[in-house]
Design a protein around this ligand. Structure first.
Ligand SMILES: [Mn+2]
Length: 356
């Protein structure tokens, strides 16, 4: 297992590389060129710049999160082959710098969705929150709220440029039902797999967050059968998962440790996050401590350890604690606590193995 930390880049993140270096056990920065629009090629000189910066701190850059997929690819639009070609060129360019895993998602219109980015928890911290009754409101209103809360930061999946054309986006997805979306995903991956093998880069899809349809838009990666369908649809060792415990775990019917044990060999990248469910269907993100939520964090860590997981892990989101001003979910303090919790459990499992 290799521990990573997501970082949005110089001038685009409140956390610095020198701070991250002081968190024990972090060897990788999970990165991206956040100024790139979906469909654009990531040029080698741009990637080189990031490499120079990260290697100055001794960090690897093996995991990109994310190279976003253009809506034309998701909807089989006119220019999908052009954008797939660009995606392939980006993969080739990334491989020259030792990138091994590319995280992406195939969610229509909206990426992750929450109704409250700074929901107060009883201990005085705040966290991302999903209130089921509020999600029924108008998607434009939803987008406006997210953008107002994240002012000053570009939030992946909530790019103002894209959302300015929200009605057009919804129009675009009208003819793309769930089965069409599956077919478009297969078309995309079939085109990529030969290049992935050649470049030794695993494509690692992030499950839909939350794992159910919203605003009438279909969402694919929502539960264990869907994960199984996805992996067998393109049955290639380079077609992999970003197994996000918080995304799948938002549906209490999903048993995340079971899913990990079942598909461990195809998990390239693990997001670890804890979620607390409320009886009315709301959920809140909480600390990584097992008993603070319902996701089964210790069982999840044990599942990865039992499988001999040698991919990349990162704490997913954190709460906002100690008055930290930061990107929603991406502060320094609570994610650092999460890393220490994960590593504490992992190291103890190593110790117990030694005694056997
Ligand atoms: Mn995640």
């Amino acid at each position: 297992m290799k521990m990573g930390f997501r970082w949005y880049g110089s001038g685009n993140d409140t956390v610095t590389l020198s701070e991250i270096r002081q968190i024990p056990g972090v060897s990788e920065i999970v990165w991206a060129l956040h100024y790139k629009q979906p469909g654009e090629i990531w040029e080698t000189d741009e990637i080189q710049k990031v490499r120079d910066e990260l290697s100055g701190f001794g960090f690897g850059m093996s995991v990109v999160e994310s190279v976003n997929v253009h809506d034309d690819i998701k909807t089989a639009g006119r220019n999908r082959d052009l954008y797939i070609g660009n995606y392939i060129q980006t993969l080739r360019n990334l491989s020259r710098f030792g990138v091994k895993v590319v995280c992406y998602n195939f969610m229509p219109v909206f990426d992750w969705t929450r109704t409250d980015l700074f929901h107060p928890l009883p201990d005085g911290s705040t966290a991302l929150y999903y209130e089921k009754s509020r999600i029924k409101r108008d998607p434009a209103e939803m987008a406006e709220y997210i953008l107002s809360e994240t002012k000053g930061y570009t939030m992946p999946g909530w790019e103002p440029e894209r959302l300015a054309g929200l009605n057009g986006l919804f129009e675009l997805y009208k003819k793309t039902d769930k089965e069409a979306l599956w077919a478009n995903l297969k078309y995309f991956l079939d085109a990529l797999m030969p290049v992935c093998r050649e470049c030794d880069i695993k494509m690692a899809i992030h499950p839909d967050d939350p794992p159910w349809d919203i605003f009438g838009l279909p969402r694919l990666l929502v539960d264990e059968p869907a994960v199984g369908r996805f992996l067998s649809m393109v049955n290639d060792p380079y077609n992999c998962l970003t197994l996000c415990s918080g995304s799948l775990g938002a549906d209490p019917r999903n048993n995340v440790p079971d899913i990990i044990r079942r598909y461990c060999g195809r998990i390239a990248f693990a997001h670890i996050r804890n979620v607390k469910h409320y009886p009315n269907g709301d959920f809140s993100e909480v600390s990584h401590r097992d008993r603070d939520g319902d996701t089964g964090i210790l069982e999840i860590i044990r599942a990865y350890h039992d499988c001999g997981f040698d991919g990349y892990i990162r704490p997913d989101h954190g709460r906002h604690i100690w008055n930290e001003k930061c990107r929603p979910g991406y502060g320094l303090y609570d994610r650092a606590l999460g890393i220490m919790y994960i590593l504490g459990a992992w190291d103890m499992l190593d110790k117990l193995d030694e005694r056997q």
